[in-house]
Each structure stands twice: as C-alpha cells, then as structure tokens.
Design a protein around this ligand. Structure first.
Ligand SMILES: [Ca+2]
Ligand SMILES: [Ca+2]
Length: 467
C-alpha cells in the first residue's frame, strides 16, 4: 500500500547558503500611527433568526419575525421586502410549490428585535403559506446593512440572500402535498472522497455529486464540469513547488461518482487536489426553485480552493523545515496600537535559541514570506504591512530580535482575529556552529487555501490574536 509522504533524501537538495543580514532601521513603535479607521461594523448583517406563528384561516392571525438583536431592523423596509403568498401543489415533488395570490398584512407591534404582523387569513386557500423576504429591500441601521443569508460576506444579493420560510395554517380544506420549498441557498452538494491507491498502475481521486435529497432526479453528465475544475498536483520538496498531474476521468450518471485516475505514484510522493473555475460548478437544472451552485460566492470565485491537502505526517522527514512546535516557539506575537487606539501593529519577538540557530535571516522577512491575514465571513483578507521598527542584538543574535509590522490599511482594534502565515522562503541563518544549512519556516501541509501562490505557509501562534 502506498503512502502519500515525502522522501527524506530529497530534502537534502534544499541545502544552500544564504547571505548574512543587515540591521534595519525603523520608526519606534510609539511613533506608529494610522490616519483612518477601518469600519468596525463591516461584517454586520440583518439577521432573521426565525419566523413563528400558530395560524388558522381567520382574521387577526399573528406572525412574529425574530431578528438578531444586533440587526436594528428598518421596520419600514419589512413591507417593501416581505411577500406572503398562498401556495398550491407543484407539477411534481421536485418542483417548488406553485405560488398563488399575495396575502395582505400589517405591522402590529415592534418589541425589541421581534416584529409582530397581523394577517387576515380568511383567504388562506391551503394549509401552507410562504413568506419571502427580498434581500434587496430588507435593511437595518438606516439602510446601511442587509441580509447575507448565503453567508458569503456579500450583503443584499438578489436571489442569493433572499430568505424563504413556510408556516402551516389550520382550517383550509386543501392540503399542499406536492412540491418542495424554495431555497436559493441550497448548494450543489459535492463530497470529496480524497486519494486512494489502487495497488496497481493507477491511483485515484474521487468526487461524488450527492443527489440524495433535492437533486435526486439529476442524472445528467458532470464529467466536463469536474474535469474543468479539478487539478491534481504532486509536490517537489526540493523546490517547494507543485506540478499538475495528468489524469483521465469517468463520471457515473447513476451514482454521481467522478473518478480521476492517474499513473501510480512512486512511494513517498505527496499529492494534493485543487478546485479552480468554481463558478462553473452548478447544477444543470434548477432545484428548489434555483440552479444550485457549489460556491455561493459571486465575488471571490476567482480564487482556487485546495480541497484535499497532504497530511502533516507526510513532511516530518524534511530536516530543514522547522517543526510547527519549533516555529511557534520561535515566534512570540502580540498586537500593539498607538495613541488612542489609532494605529495597529503586530509585534513579533523572535527567539531562535529555542531551535539552536544563529538567528533569523532578516532579509527574508518580507511581505511575500510573512503574511498577516484577517479572518472574516468572506474568508481570509490580506493586510499589507510595512516594517516600522526592528531591534537586533549583535552579541545575542538568536534572541532579542524584535520586529514591528504596521498595517498600511486602515484598521482599528475592532475585535476581529488575524493569523500570521510564514512561507518556505522565510529562513534562518543556520546552525550555531556556523555550518549552514539554514532552516526554513512554513509547511506544505499548512496552506491558506485559496490559491497556489500561497502554498507552503504555516500559521504561527497569532491564531486567535485580536486586532
Ligand atoms: Ca450574500
Ligand atoms: Ca452570494
């Protein structure tokens, strides 16, 4: 049985000399300021927690819309956004219920984040009604925030962020029984089976289109779409690089299983799988009222996604790469700010004595090799930085290395988190006995996850640090 791991011998090829470093000059931290503030509420949304009501087909029926306490809903926008409709059977079980006449309502009461509606349901024609909130109309905080029902970080998207819910009505003689609810957020369900070794001349990577629910009738062919999105790559430890592997594929329209097959790997080869062109991964027909997409994000689909990375255990044989524990031990990260909270910077105290090294190669501390990423609902957002202060100690170069990286965007201490990523070109000077090789930071097993250019990075112990 083959194991996807690296070969220690190949790592020796990474041994090489690096030049010495020069001392930087910089601005002391008490002079670090930023002039503008990043909006603290950029991630806030209008959030509907649910809609409740025990209804019968008579007058003065009550429905309560429960918003998030933080939404501060614009009550006037509710009547612009909300349509309540009668329903009737669809043509078949897979189609959304047929929409009937609109049911009038009035806003009766507002109590905190709960808004109560009064409905005359004497016209209710069946035992199920539909409530549809138009994401382009419903707003909060005087029009500044809106729904992000699909959770992609982009607010108020037509269709994507619409909110549907359904309530029962007792009394009507007609029962709605044929059809499905509408759901624009129901995604194309792809599951990734990962790599498997066949034990012969070929290895495989498997993706399954899971149609067990709303897409059960979809027996169309997705081979071309998956061929256009799946990339399999093998890792070259000597160059920290990935190369695409040629594969052939089959798609089973009965089971939804896509199998990519490629030449059997040499023992120790490391593979990963990526998805590109994610916007093309959509169902061939509409289900639950909408064409289903693998990725609900309209704005960031240009980014690739690493869907299966190599295992961490695969890389322990590379002697030149510092272990994750060593890297975390060498980096002590904290957040500082200037006067009045204006100006945010990341302070890094480096102590290479814990790994028995002469010190950092300071020339390798660059924005390309050391990245600060803010985590938001939209994913990672890179925060460019500049080196504003540095202190080194000539006598004890392995310790007392202090760097201050200021953020050149407009950030305030707003409670969001950031992660520090170190890449494989971030280097030490080498062993204490003066004999190189230098060691490197980062790991192919730790990848930011949205592009090949970011491979080989490791998140350091800034995890959970707050900006
Ligand atoms: Ca959205
Ligand atoms: Ca979207």
């Amino acid at each position: 049985m083959k194991i996807y791991r690296t070969i220690a011998a190949l790592a020796l090829a990474t041994a090489f000399l690096l030049p010495g470093c020069d001392n930087f000059t910089g601005t002391p931290t008490d002079q670090v300021f930023l002039d503008e503030h990043h909006a603290a509420n950029e991630n806030d949304i209008v959030d509907i927690l649910g809609v409740t009501g025990t209804l019968s087909n008579t007058v003065n029926q009550k429905i309560t819309i429960n918003f998030s306490l933080d939404s501060a809903i614009d009550v006037d926008s509710i009547t612009e956004a909300l349509t309540i409709r009668n329903l009737s059977d669809a043509a078949n079980l897979e189609s959304p219920y047929t929409q009937g006449s609109a049911i009038p309502y009035t806003i009766e009461q507002i109590s905190g984040a709960a808004v109560t509606l009064d409905i005359d349901l004497t016209s209710a024609s069946a035992d199920l009604i539909e409530l549809h909130f138009d994401a382009t109309q419903l707003t909060g905080r005087n029009g500044t925030i809106s729904l992000d029902t699909d959770g992609d970080g982009v607010k108020g998207e037509t269709g994507d962020d619409d909110y549907y819910t359904y309530l029962s009505v007792t009394g009507p003689a007609t029962t709605v029984s044929v059809g499905t609810t509408r759901n624009p957020q129901e995604g194309m369900a792809l599951s990734f089976g990962g790599f498997s070794a066949s034990g012969g001349a070929t290895d495989r990577y498997t993706i399954t289109y899971d149609r067990t629910y709303e897409s059960a009738t979809d027996t169309s062919d997705y081979k071309a779409k998956l061929d256009g999105s799946l990339i399999i790559e093998s890792y070259a430890p000597a160059t920290h690089s990935w190369t695409a592997v040629t594969y052939t594929s089959t798609y089973n329209t009965g089971t939804g299983e896509f199998i990519a097959s490629f030449s059997g790997s040499v023992e120790g080869t490391v593979y990963r799988a990526r998805l590109v062109n994610r916007a093309n991964l959509v169902t061939n027909a509409a289900f639950m009222g909408y064409v289903q997409r693998y990725d609900m994000d309209n704005a960031r689909v240009q980014y690739d996604e690493i869907i299966t990375g190599p295992t961490a255990a695969a890389f322990t044989a590379d002697a030149l790469q510092l272990s994750e524990a060593q890297q975390n031990a060498a980096f002590n990260v904290s957040v500082i700010s200037g006067n009045g909270g204006r100006g945010v910077a990341v302070k890094i105290s480096l102590d290479l004595s814990v790994v028995g090294d002469r010190g950092m190669n300071l020339e390798t501390i660059t924005p390309e090799n050391l990245r600060i990423m803010r985590t938001t609902s939209a994913g990672f957002v890179e925060m460019p930085w500049t080196l504003s202060y540095q202190r080194t100690n000539a006598t004890y170069p392995t310790v007392n290395n202090v760097l201050v990286l200021t953020l050149d965007s407009d950030y305030v201490l707003a409670g969001s988190f950031f992660v520090l990523f170190a890449g494989p070109n971030l280097r030490t000077l080498g062993d204490e006995d003066g004999t190189p090789p230098a060691r490197y930071f980062g790991s192919p097993t730790q990848m930011i996850g949205y592009g090949p250019e970011y491979t080989g990075f490791i998140s350091l112990n800034a995890d959970g640090a707050t900006l």
